[in-house]
Design a protein around this ligand. Structure first.
Ligand SMILES: Nc1ncnc2c1ncn2[C@@H]1O[C@H](COP(=O)(O)OP(=O)(O)OP(=O)(O)O)[C@@H](O)[C@H]1O
Length: 610
């Protein structure tokens, strides 16, 4: 997954985002360059001052003029620095925001299979800190690296013009610096990548423990969780220290070598001045220029480190951005004008991408037909693939063989927008968003105004979620992250209301009533039964009371549909069905036998079993 792009390849990927702001970046660069030139000009004023004003017969006027020029150069330098900030900060922040938005958009489009594989903290750190690092590099690191390098080059050129012998000594220090710099680049990039990945893993741990805080507390595992966290944090600390040491060593060498070269130049320079080969003014100007160059030279270490960190951040960003979305719209979509909702599974095969090679398909040739408006219960032992089958209908995963059609049209021939407006889902494990009850419920509905209010009230009514009206702000109450302030049953009913409010043609329910008490479940079923008449429904059922909602029951076994029939028929002819539904007591079985499905009276179980 980790790619091996060169520095230029990685940084080059930013080009499409940076292109619109290039004029401002160039202006920022020119300002930064202007500031450096002002700083470099000051030693030359000193040279004139020493050679002319301090020489015999020099005038006091020259001192005043030189001081004025130094002051002016100082003011100009400060102005250029302020302008540079002005030019680059806003556009760099805009680039960061745009990239973050496209990252989020891409995450929304990526498949569930992608999200199964990636830790949330890794995605979070890429969306937040990596883009932040990238922006800081763009607004500051990039410009300063260019300017610093140019300043050093210009400074060295000036030094050559001032005294080529002394400049040569200074430049000799650059050779070992370059060799060391090359090694530093490789090692620093590696450690920088490691630290950013570890920070992402640490974020995943924090996210998971916050998410699972109740479980950790209830099982008294907070201490163990803390120990695991400390271990991970310690690893990150070690990597950060390694990173800081590597930079410190490089910075030390970058600082030390020019200083040593300067010391050598000083000895040679004084000798040359004594012999009259160099004027005192030139000697002072040379060292003043060397002092002006020393700052940028020292600065190169941190700037390079920043650049390598930005490269890692960009690579990490594009690893996600280049992850392919395999579930996409067809090239020539078919539109269903008046969808009825007949759903046919034909020889459907599916295996999870991360399944072991020797594992068989989770779904191993599913054949099932749901007539328009029919309610089908899906029953089977735990782990037999019921939820997997349900997730294929809204194309959360794509099947690996066979086909699923709605009104004779393959799901993959519909646009995802159309498919997902036809199909609504309620999972057993409900996720609610940090917004109001109203927004949660109306998430899948395009209705507005009075129509939306009507749909909201009706959905809450059917799902027996009228409790929402009694919340502090009624349906406008914010229900917090994942609806944590609600009970499991309340959350399930809001999620059910959400599926109902979408007014789907096909409703897919994964054991949506599991957290409800018997009385509430009965009331929900009553409402649902009326509503389901016009909707094709596939409902995973673990409880006989849920089976009672269905016209037919499909018995799933070993990744196939082993049998389809009414509850009573299956009770009569299938040992496996009796085994799966064995949790029923006799009275429940008898009750079901009489009332199950479409309201018709079906034979007593005793008769059916006979
Ligand atoms: N994201 C996944 N990646 C890999 N394997 C998975 C994934 N989700 C489920 N499985 C495996 O697929 C099989 C079927 O799981 P599925 O959740 O569909 O069963 P189920 O019949 O709905 O079970 P339950 O009644 O307990 O909800 C299981 O063996 C499970 O381990």
């Amino acid at each position: 997954m980790k790619n091996q792009n060169t520095l230029w390849e990685s940084l080059g990927r930013l080009y499409p985002h940076v292109r619109p702001i290039i004029p401002r970046l160039v202006l920022g660069l020119l300002c930064a360059l202007g500031a450096s030139m002002m700083a470099l000009a000051i030693p030359q004023v000193l040279r004139v001052l020493i050679n002319d004003a301090l020489a015999e017969g020099g005038s006091a006027r020259t001192v005043w003029v030189a001081s004025g020029v130094v002051l002016l150069l100082g003011v100009l330098e400060a102005t250029f620095v302020a302008l540079r900030r002005q030019f680059v900060i806003t556009p760099a922040t805009t680039v960061e925001t745009n990239m973050r938005t496209s990252f989020y958009r891409h995450l929304q489009n990526l498949t569930i299979e992608f999200h199964d594989r990636w830790g949330s903290g890794q995605l979070l750190s890429r969306a937040m800190s990596d883009l932040n690092l990238m922006r800081r590099w763009m607004a500051f690191g990039l410009i300063m690296l260019v300017v610093t390098s140019l300043t050093v080059v210009m400074g060295v050129v000036i030094m050559f013009f001032t005294s080529w012998v002394l400049a040569l000594i200074f430049v000799a220090a650059a050779v070992p610096l370059m060799i060391y710099g090359y090694r530093f680049r490789t090692s620093y990039s590696r450690v920088s990548r490691k630290s950013q990945d570890q920070a992402g893993d640490l974020a995943t741990t924090v996210e998971e423990s916050v998410h699972g805080i109740r479980v950790l507390k209830a099982f008294g595992r907070s201490r163990e969780a803390l120990e695991d966290f400390e271990e991970q944090a310690e690893e990150l600390r070690r990597t950060e220290i390694h990173k800081a040491r590597s930079l410190a060593t490089f910075s030390m060498i970058v600082t030390l070598l020019p200083e040593l070269a300067l010391g050598a130049s000083l000895v040679v320079g004084v000798t040359l001045a004594a012999s009259g080969d160099v004027t005192i003014g030139a000697l002072v100007a040379f060292f003043a220029t060397a002092a002006a160059v020393a700052g940028p030279v020292e600065f190169i270490g941190p700037l390079l480190a920043m650049t390598f960190t930005a490269k890692t951040a960009i690579d990490r960003h594009y690893e996600v951005m280049e992850s392919e979305n395999t579930i996409t719209d067809p090239e020539q979509p078919i539109h269903l004008d008046a969808p009825k909702g007949e759903v046919v599974f034909d020889a459907v095969h599916f295996r999870y991408p991360d399944a072991q090679d020797d594992a068989g398909d989770v779904l191993d040739g599913i054949d099932l037909r749901l007539r328009a408006g029919e309610t089908m219960a899906l029953v089977g032992v735990t782990g037999c693939g019921k939820s997997t089958l349900l997730q294929l209908v809204p194309r959360l995963y794509d099947l690996t063989g066979g086909s699923i059609t709605i009104d004779g049209v393959d799901l993959r021939s519909l646009t995802l927008t159309e498919l997902r407006s036809l199909v609504a889902v309620a999972f057993e494990d409900t996720t609610l968003f940090s917004t109001s009850v109203r927004d949660n419920v109306l998430m899948g509905s395009d209705a507005t105004g009075a129509e939306a209010e009507r749909i909201l009230a009706e959905a809450l009514d059917v799902a027996q979620a009228q409790f929402a009206h009694d919340l502090p702000d009624g349906v406008d109450t914010l229900i917090g992250e994942e609806g944590l302030s609600l009970s499991g049953g309340q959350r399930q009913r809001i999620a059910l209301a959400r599926a109902i409010a979408a007014r789907p043609t096909v409703l897919v329910l994964d054991d949506p009533l599991s957290a409800l008490d018997v009385a509430t479940e009965e009331r929900v079923e009553e409402g649902l039964r009326a509503m389901l008449r016009s909707t094709t429904t596939l409902i995973v059922a673990h409880r006989p009371s849920t089976v009672a909602l269905a016209d037919h029951v499909a018995l799933m076994r070993d990744g196939r549909i082993a049998d389809v029939g009414t509850h009573s028929e299956l009770l009569a002819r299938s040992d496996h069905y009796r085994y799966v539904i064995a949790s029923l007591d006799d009275e429940e079985i008898a009750q079901l036998g009489r009332t199950a499905v479409t309201g018709q009276t079906v034979p007593d179980d005793e008769e059916a079993l006979a």
